[in-house]
Design a protein around this ligand. Structure first.
Ligand SMILES: Cc1cc2nc3c(=O)[nH]c(=O)nc-3n(C[C@H](O)[C@H](O)[C@H](O)COP(=O)(O)OP(=O)(O)OC[C@H]3O[C@@H](n4cnc5c(N)ncnc54)[C@H](O)[C@@H]3O)c2cc1C
Length: 381
């Protein structure tokens, strides 16, 4: 399929990335799933080959390429497995906060290591008591001389255990009305006194992906680690959520395409009642329905990516893509598993893992219900 925002350079890049992943990711992926962790050495290899944050400026170690390369990276990682989402989160969700709102000093200090993989990043918004209602977070940061004193807890944090640098949403003002104006973003580093990791969380799927709790107890964070301005954190988060949600939509679409392909291969090779199961009308109709959803989803998504790359505000359409494409992917996972029969329920078959991994895409980066509230509001309802 031809993407309007990709040219020959992107396709050459895709080929070399796919070759790299075929060698250093695919053969080890099942082991990483069992280990419940992707080794740091994989991050380093990604960095060495220029697959981490290639869009950032050359002076910080990047290659200054357009975001089409990011799309290629995220699609290729998803082809291997959804558990690699933490790398996309680093490249296209967390690091962009530093490039957009960081001071020159912060950029010089952190960005080069984000490109090499020496620094793994995370973003911590969600708390045990609040996820969707972000303005209601309870983690506080109080200024004390040259430091902020941070107290609170975060949960469900992607890259939580391995992260070296975390963009943390905190409340710097508890009294301001409206409440969201009290939210600020602080960059908390691995060795900050008073910062510890809680449990590494046991998830239904995404087994190799590191998700954890973070604990801040009188954690001392240098004042200069404030990202942007105090009180503007909520605004920054809203500005960056378009790309985060687009990323989830890209992952879901790619997963659907992968699942359909593996199921088509399977139904052609499996026989029942003396013929391939692909010859049954039910199988054909199911495949046709999925292929139609996938084709239509791809056209919408490609147009959206192109508009996002052009710098357009496509929040409403991205929210539509996020809920719709993740919803479709969940249905496709269930249909594809069914068409695999009993083997679909066996861990040896990739569809079983895909079926476990996909449901979270309608939950994280803002639940699909929250997407619908955004769309409704923007439709003027
Ligand atoms: C694997 C994984 C990785 C994650 N990674 C990160 C991360 O890196 N950083 C981070 O900060 N967070 C992360 N999250 C958290 C994720 O973003 C939240 O779980 C999500 O935003 C929902 O918040 P919640 O779990 O508190 O659910 P709640 O907000 O409690 O929602 C529960 C239910 O109520 C519904 N609901 C809530 N409000 C409304 C409303 N106004 N209208 C209609 N329905 C509503 C929701 O849609 C949902 O169905 C991750 C979560 C998971 C599972």
């Amino acid at each position: 399929m031809k993407h309007p925002y990709l040219n020959e350079d992107h396709e050459i890049f895709r080929k070399s990335l796919r070759k790299f992943l075929d060698k250093v990711a695919y053969p080890f992926y099942e082991q990483w799933e069992e280990d419940r962790m992707i080794p740091r050495s994989f991050w380093k290899k990604m960095g060495e080959h220029g697959f981490l944050c290639p869009d950032i400026d050359e002076e910080y170690g990047g290659s200054e390429v357009d975001w089409g390369f990011a799309v290629v990276i995220n699609e290729e990682l998803e082809r291997v497995g959804s558990g690699l989402i933490g790398i996309g989160l680093h490249n296209d969700i967390v690091v962009p906060y530093i490039t957009a709102y960081g001071t020159e000093k912060q950029k010089q200090r952190w960005l080069p290591k984000c490109v090499t993989g020496e620094i793994i990043t995370a973003i911590a918004m969600t708390e045990p008591g609040t996820g969707s209602d972000l303005a209601n977070i309870k983690t506080t940061a109080k200024l004390d001389g040259d430091h902020y004193i941070v107290n609170g807890q975060k949960t469900f944090i992607t890259n939580g255990i391995q992260s070296d640098l975390i963009v943390v949403a905190v409340k710097t003002d508890l009294n301001v009305v409206p409440k969201h104006k009290g939210v600020s973003l602080l960059v908390i580093e691995r060795d900050a006194p008073g910062f510890s990791r809680g449990r590494k969380l046991n998830k239904v799927g995404l087994h190799c992906q590191d998700t954890a709790e973070l604990i801040f107890e009188d954690c001392r964070v240098p004042k200069e680690n404030l990202l942007g301005e105090e009180g503007k954190g909520f605004l920054y988060l809203m500005e960056k959520l378009q790309q985060e949600r687009l990323l989830v939509a890209i992952g879901a679409q790619t997963a659907s395409e992968v699942m359909l392909k593996m199921t088509m291969d399977y139904v052609k090779s499996r026989e029942a009642f003396g013929k391939p199961i692909s010859q049954f009308q039910n199988t054909q109709f199911k495949i046709v329905e999925m292929a139609t959803d996938i084709e239509m989803g791809r056209v919408f998504l490609d147009q959206l990516i192109a508009e996002h790359i052009e710098g357009k505000n496509v929040v409403t359409k991205v929210s539509m893509a996020k809920w719709k494409l993740t919803d479709i992917a969940k249905k496709i996972a269930a249909e594809c598993m069914q068409l695999h029969g009993g083997y679909g329920y066996m861990e040896e078959y990739e569809i079983a893992r895909r079926f476990r991994d996909i449901p979270v895409s309608s939950i994280y980066a803002g639940t699909n219900e929250i997407m619908k509230t955004i769309i409704a509001k923007n439709l003027g309802l």
